[in-house]
Design a binder for this molecule. Structure first.
Ligand code: PLP
Length: 345
């Protein structure tokens, strides 16, 4: 890996971050807070939240097996995807490399930050080739994005292949594991101690069932986390989200039961869809959704909309021609989808 000082944009490396009132005062006990121009009424929402979310990180740390110094929390994974662009990529100069097709936000953030986005197509089995990813990079490539399990293809890549990219690329590798809880493939976050260029993304939006609270996680070296903290908005995770997340984290058993339920439904739904006359192929899934190649993706999509059932039409996505992306719902929702599809002519 190149030195972090060389990978980081010079203006960010030199940046003197915003210092909030609570940064200045830290550690000692106090019960009169007249330092932040807050309103003394309407507790507890009158106070600014903890900018580094220490209590929340202390709950996440043992669950994920990652020390708190290696955790960043953001306003969804969206924030954790955008920040590396702003930290590492010089607008109009640098570029990033990503597998294709993949999650749309990587390219949107590249465009908003004026960064060239280089797509490396997956093969016909939606598998990735580490050599092709590495070959697409040049001296101005700051980041390689790998989403595993990948959206929209739903498959996870062999950890050995992902690890090869991490170990051989001298820049930053972001592995987005938004769906790893649904996969038997070993997650990458334990490798952050071994690879200082690795950033692993997790989210509360999928397995944790809390897309509306907007909470994303990034795991990386303490040096990279320090850069994230320097550039992020000071109070990027609001107190309602922090409190709700703590509540969710206090019932891990419920969470695990719900994941098991979704996996059971996934098996049933994928099998049932594969037997339908309209279905040409169901692709394997390591996530809470799957791709189905159907006889007429546009027609079936519109037909389902008329019945009040929304799936994702991926017909226009490279390598996903003719495919619908179907999220696993409740038993009742899945049954409605199946009975509608059975009646399609
Ligand atoms: C859904 C999803 C996320 C979650 O994004 P949030 O901003 O945390 O809701 C992240 N990455 C991928 C690949 C996703 O599909």
């Amino acid at each position: 890996m190149k030195p972090l000082s060389e990978l980081t944009r010079p203006n960010i490396w030199a940046l003197k971050p915003y210092s909030c009132a609570r940064d200045e005062f830290k550690g000692m006990k106090a019960d009169v807070f007249l330092d932040a121009n807050e309103n003394p009424h309407s507790a507890p929402i009158n106070r600014y939240p903890d900018p580094l979310q220490e209590e929340l990180k202390a709950m996440i740390s043992p669950l994920k097996g990652v020390p708190t110094a290696n955790i960043f929390l953001g306003n969804g994974s969206d924030e954790a995807i955008d920040l590396p662009y702003r930290i590492f990529c010089r607008p109009g100069v640098d570029n990033v490399v990503a597998i294709s097709p993949t999650y749309g936000m990587y390219e949107v953030c590249a465009d908003t930050n004026d960064i060239e986005y280089r797509k490396v197509p997956l093969d016909e089995n939606y598998d990735m080739d580490p050599d092709r990813l590495l070959a697409a990079a040049d001296e101005n490539t700051k980041i390689i994005f790998i989403c595993s399990p990948n959206n929209p293809t739903a498959n996870a890549f062999a950890p050995e292949k992902v690890e090869r990219v991490i170990s051989e690329f001298p820049g930053i590798v972001i592995v987005d594991e938004a769906y790893s809880e649904f996969s038997a493939v070993r997650p990458m976050r334990q490798l952050i101690a071994k690879y200082p260029n690795l950033i692993v993304l997790n989210t509360f939006s999928k397995a944790w069932g809390a897309a509306s609270i907007r909470l994303g996680m990034a795991f990386a070296s303490a040096d990279i986390i320090a850069l994230f903290n320097k550039v992020k908005y000071p109070y990027n995770v609001n107190i309602l989200t922090q409190e709700k997340a703590k509540e969710i984290l206090s019932n891990v058993t419920l969470l695990q039961r719900r994941i098991a339920l979704i996996l059971e439904e996934r098996e049933h739904l994928m099998h049932s869809v594969s037997l339908l006359p309209i279905c040409e192929k169901v692709y394997p899934s390591d996530a809470n959704f799957f791709l189905a190649k159907v006889t007429d993706a546009n027609g079936i999509y519109k037909y389902l909309v008329q019945r009040g059932i929304i799936v994702r039409n991926r017909n226009k996505v490279e390598l996903c021609e003719g495919c619908l992306r179907i999220t696993i719902g409740t038993k009742e929702e899945n049954t409605k989808l199946l009975s509608a599809l059975r009646q399609y002519v």
